[in-house]
Design a protein around this ligand. Structure first.
Ligand code: ASP
Length: 293
């Protein structure tokens, strides 16, 4: 049995009557990403490959705030963050503030597989990307007219950070998250997404989690690990852990966002305390589900 869930960010205001066309583009993107991850799991591939495949598709889709189409820094450039974690052996790879790596999640995977480190940032991460055979793209590759307009209008950070969690046939769990961060962020700002335990976490003994929302809060609450700890030390089920955290604790703190999670039995949770979260899931033998509100 396998289970896969993906998200394309949480946030947003109330649904507007003209939201239809835009929403369709997101749904299409989610369906493609879900199919990419599901293909891996259907072929008995591992959870780690599935989350990397799904997040790669979302990074290449300019509708989402990750890879191409990422939100921009105050000075109009793109700085990208990503992480990936293997719940079987607690291996992890993460990168932050990279400016010329087309698929940051793939670089994070190379950090996991091909370096003795967990977290590389900026220039050092980019040098490692070149050494591991990922050819650089210009920063312009990531910048879209939509994002430039949103920056000029000082628009609230739209939805769009992406992530995936999976449980494969062998019971292995994995999580990955990728983002451009928050619109108008200072250069060098790093949010929760690439920080292991905050935005991304996986441990076969509990669950795999990918978060989205106000990153500063998710860093302070060590959000992804909080879910795993509630299960591991507090004996909570996945559902209890996610409800207590997302629907009770975070709102009391004023923290907005959501997360997706899967446990070793293949149960999936996708919850948020904002107006919307782009999300999709599938389990072996079941039909795929795609939701926005
Ligand atoms: N959590 C991301 C960050 O703070 C943003 C988001 O999920 O929308 O970088």
């Amino acid at each position: 049995m396998y289970a896969l869930a993906i998200h394309g960010g949480a946030g947003g205001g109330p649904r507007t009557p003209d939201a239809g066309a835009g929403e369709q583009a997101y749904r299409y993107g989610l369906e493609h990403a879900l199919a990419a991850g599901r293909d891996v799991l259907e072929r008995d591939g591992c959870a780690l490959d599935a989350v990397e495949a799904a997040v790669t598709v979302l990074e290449d889709d300019p509708a989402f705030n990750a890879g191409r189409g990422a939100v921009l820094t105050l000075d109009g450039t793109a700085e990208l963050d990503a992480a990936i974690m293997d719940g079987e052996r607690l291996r992890a790879g993460a990168v932050a503030a990279v400016r010329c790596v087309r698929n940051p999640v793939q670089l994070a995977r190379r950090v996991l597989e091909g370096s003795p480190h967990v977290f590389l940032v900026g220039e050092g991460a980019e040098r490692f990307a070149e050494e591991s055979g990922l050819s650089p793209v210009p920063n312009d590759y990531f910048i879209t007219p939509d994002r430039q307009e949103q920056l000029a209008a000082r628009a609230e950070s739209p939805l769009g950070t992406v992530g995936a969690v999976a449980r494969d046939h062998a019971g292995r769990l994995a999580a990955a998250t990728s983002t451009g961060g928050m619109m108008g962020k200072r250069r060098g700002r790093v949010g929760d997404s690439p920080v292991i335990g905050a935005g991304t976490y996986a441990d076969n003994a509990s669950c795999a989690v990918s978060t989205t929302g106000h990153g500063e809060w998710f860093l302070r609450t060590v959000q992804a690990y909080d879910i795993a700890a509630r299960m591991r030390y507090g004996g909570a089920t996945l559902t209890q852990a996610v409800i207590d955290s997302i629907e009770l604790r975070l709102p009391r703190l004023g923290a907005t966002g959501g997360l997706i999670a899967v446990d070793r039995l293949g149960s999936i949770e996708m919850r948020y305390n904002t107006q919307a979260m782009f999300r999709a899931s599938v389990r072996s033998g079941e039909a795929a589900e795609v939701h926005v509100y």
